[in-house]
Design a protein around this ligand. Structure first.
Ligand code: AP5
Length: 213
């Protein structure tokens, strides 16, 4: 399964990619998580990306293409993957076509998670992320068993730097201007399924699984 999850910030791409990856037997490839790791490590790519990620702007396409190509070349992604956060504009979609064409493969499906802006703000303002393993929580809808600690690994839970209200608003406008056109792009290719991502985590998960059948 070569799958792309599209959707605005906070739609639930990371949450659902994580929930379905074991069932599909493919890795969850999150470009946002890869960038945050590169920033944390202080690598050359991380240094180039830092200010852009923290302000909610897109990192240049060439840097992203190199990062995604290297990741998809790894053994665990040869048979498939769930891409979360890539592509983010039509140029990146064409870069992805090129990356997949070199391995004589192509996308099977693109799921677009649809949710309104008020719900996005509620989700992002309450999101907490484990700084050790990346597990996702929400202070209301998916709280950890013990406050501030990850259920999986005991790591500390943090609030992402780009989840401040002003940066959320900017990320949303970047999504509408640059990423949303991919909905029509992939619909035109017959790959798109839209999923109503409002409602409980379980309800949305069932819709995601249903859209993959
Ligand atoms: P990235 O990390 O990809 O951020 P994003 O796309 O803005 O998406 P999020 O991770 O914020 O949200 P999500 O949809 O995964 O929601 P989640 O599952 O966490 O990118 C960050 C930055 O990196 C970008 O701004 C850009 O600068 C850069 N970047 C990344 N990729 C790039 C690229 N390709 N090109 C250029 N730059 C790039 O859920 C959110 C919260 O809601 C959680 O707390 C969750 O528990 C909760 N929740 C989820 N579903 C539900 C539900 N149904 N009910 C209640 N709560 C729910």
């Amino acid at each position: 399964m070569m799958l792309v999850l599209l959707g605005p910030p906070g739609a639930g791409k990371g949450t659902h990619a994580d929930a379905i990856r074991a069932g599909l037997g493919v890795p969850h490839v999150s470009t946002g998580a890869m960038l945050r790791m590169a920033i944390e490590a202080g690598s050359p790519a991380g240094q180039k990306a830092k200010t852009l990620v923290e302000s909610g702007d897109l990192v240049p396409d060439d840097l992203m293409a190199e990062m995604v190509r290297d990741r998809l070349d790894q053994e665990d992604a040869r048979g498939g993957f769930i891409l979360d956060g890539y592509p983010r504009n039509v140029g990146q979609a064409r870069d992805l076509d090129g990356i997949l064409a070199k391995r004589t493969s192509r996308l099977d499906r693109v799921l677009s998670l649809v949710v309104d802006d008020d719900e996005i703000v509620r989700r992002l303002s309450g999101r907490r992320t484990c700084e050790e393993c990346g597990a996702l929580y929400h202070v209301v809808s998916a709280p950890p068993k013990s406050e501030g600690r990850c259920d999986r690994c005991g790591g500390a839970l943090t609030h992402r730097a780009d989840d401040r209200p002003d940066v959320i608003a900017h990320r949303l406008s970047v999504y509408r201007a640059q990423t949303e056109p991919l909905v029509a792009f992939y619909r035109g290719r017959g790959l798109l399924a839209e999923v109503d991502a409002a409602g409980t985590l379980d309800a949305v998960r069932q819709r995601v699984v249903g859209a993959l059948r």
